[in-house]
Design a protein around this ligand. Sequence first.
Ligand code: TA6
Length: 303
Amino acid sequence: MDTAQELNRQFGIGGRLDFSEDAGGLLVAQIGNEQATATLCLQGAHLMAWQPKSQAVPVVWLSNDAKLLPGKSIRGGAPVCWPWFGAHASESAFPAHGYARTVPWRMLESGSEPGGATRLTLRLAESDQTRALWPHDARLDLTVIAGETLRMELVTENFGAADFAITEALHTYFRIGDIGAARITGLSGCDYWDKVGGSTLARQDGTIRFAGETDRVYVNTTAECAIEDDLLKRRIRIAKSGSRSTVVWTPWTEKAKRMGDLGQPDGWREMVCVESANALENAVNVAAGARHTLVVEYRAEPL
Ligand code: TA6
C-alpha cells in the first residue's frame, strides 16, 4: 500500500505536486502550478477540483457534501465510469457506472509539461474484487494534465486473447452560476436517449436549456460542445476524441432531494454534468491486444 511519504519521494514535484492522506485515509494529490490548481483522489483516479488561475471560480464542481470514504464514490469532480456506464446490463446488484471510481489506483508517472502544466498518470489496481465483477485481461490508465486547460486521457488496454466490450464516461461536474442561466451549445441535430421517465429517442433542436430534470445520452456524436454561463460570464469548451456519446445531466429539485449529497440548500443549481462517454449503442469493442483511448480537453474563456 502506498503512503503519502513514499508517493512524494517517487512522484512529488516540489511545490507543484504533493501527496497527502486525508482524514478518511484516502491518498490525495494536490497540484499547484503557474497556470492552475487541481486536486485528485487516488481512489478512482478521481479529479476533484480544477481551477485555472484565469478563473475566479472553480471550473470543476465538488459537492459541499462530498465525502472521501474507502470504496465510496465522490460526489462531483470527474468520476471515471468504467467498464460500464449506468446500470450493469444484467447484474442489478453491481455498482452503477462500474467499479473504476471506487477502487484504488496506483501512480505510474508524474512530470511537468513544457508550458508548466502538471501531468500525472495512474493505473487501476486490478484485484480479485474487480475480476469478480469483470473477468477480463484489461488495464486502465488515466493521464491528467492540469494547466490553463484540463486534459484527461482514459486508456483501456486489452492484453488478453479475447475481445471485450466496454461502455465508459468521464462523468464531469462543471461549476456554473445557476442552472437557470446556463445553456449548452454544440449538440443541435444530435439524437439522444431521454432517460427521464423511461427511455425515448429524440433529436436536439438548437441550444439545450434547463427547466427540469434532464438526463440525456446524446449518441453517435463526436462534437465539441460548450457550457455558456450568463451569470459567471464564461464559456467552458468541452472537446473530446475517442468518444461517440455525450451525456447531459441535471437532477433538478426532486432527484437532488432524494440524492441528498449535492450540497445545501440547492447545491445542484450550481452544477451541470457534461460527460464525454461511449454509452448505449456506442459501446466500444476492444480487440485482443488492442487499446482504446477516450480524451477530453476543457478550457474556460470569457463569454
Ligand atoms: O450520467 C447521469 C447519471 O447516470 C444520472 O442518471 C445519475 O444517476 C448520475 O449519473 C449520478 O449517478 P451516481 O451513480 O454517481 O449517483
